[in-house]
Design a protein around this ligand. Structure first.
Ligand SMILES: Nc1ncnc2c1ncn2[C@@H]1O[C@H](COP(=O)(O)OP(=O)(O)O)[C@@H](O)[C@H]1O
Ligand SMILES: [Mg+2]
Length: 214
């Protein structure tokens, strides 16, 4: 490893160690972290994501018991290298990855803020999913929190850890159906309450919405 890369790795490892997770009420919270270098930008089912201050990079740290997913996600980002809608991977370790920081909003945030989602966004996601398929992957878990609209109008797909699964995932196809059946309708509200969206996601996971989107 070259000198600068080695120094960066030491810094990343140091920052990862500064993050202390706390499991509380079946939820995971961040108890403390190095606030001089990191700011929290999001969290999901397996990780917290931080912006590395003063850079365009994001640090995704997998909390227990999901640490092993870091190596897996890094391997998948390697396979996706060069496909425009996926962030670039810069480094990875036992429980973390370093990828491009994406300036923008998730589709979920766009719906809450009333930011218009053009049909070209869906087409761009489709093109990039197809490119990932061409590399032998099975794009999965593509939902409202894992697609971002950037401030310059392009689309990024994150959270690729399940792209190597065998099982067919219908989330993206269902979202597209919902877009055409509801969102595109003239009278459908383009700004939706946060709680309502969470409720829709809850019912979707329970498989209670299939008759509305077929
Ligand atoms: N590279 C990034 N740039 C900007 N925001 C990000 C980035 N990666 C993740 N996020 C934010 O953090 C959230 C959780 O990240 P994600 O990788 O989906 O974690 P999980 O695997 O736990 O679902 C995302 O929904 C998004 O809001
Ligand atoms: Mg996610």
């Amino acid at each position: 490893m070259k000198g600068t890369a080695c120094k960066e790795k030491t810094l990343y490892e140091h920052l990862v160690q500064s993050v202390v997770f706390k499991h509380y009420n079946k939820e995971v919270h961040v108890q403390s972290f190095d606030k001089a270098y990191l700011s929290i930008i999001g969290s999901g089912r397996s990780a917290y994501v931080f912006k590395l201050e003063g850079t365009n990079k994001a640090l995704k740290i997998f909390y227990p018991p999901y640490e092993h997913l870091a190596k897996k996600e890094a391997g998948i980002y390697d396979l996706l290298k060069g496909i425009p809608s996926f962030p670039e991977l810069y480094d990875s370790g036992e429980n973390y990855i370093i990828i491009d920081f994406i300036e923008g909003h998730t589709i979920f945030e766009c719906l809450v803020k009333g930011i218009h989602i053009n049909e070209s966004v869906l087409e761009e996601v489709d093109r990039n999913i197809e490119a990932a398929r061409q590399r032998g992957l099975n794009p999965s878990d593509i939902h409202l929190h894992n697609i971002l609209l950037t401030t310059d109008g392009s689309v990024k797909i994150i959270d690729v850890v399940r792209f190597d699964q065998i099982k067919h995932c219908t989330q993206w196809e269902d979202l597209k159906k919902g877009y055409h059946k509801f969102y595109r309708k003239r009278l459908f509200p383009k700004k939706l309450p946060h709680k309502l969206l969470l409720l829709i996601a809850f019912f979707y996971k329970k498989n209670l919405l299939s008759r509305f989107i077929t």
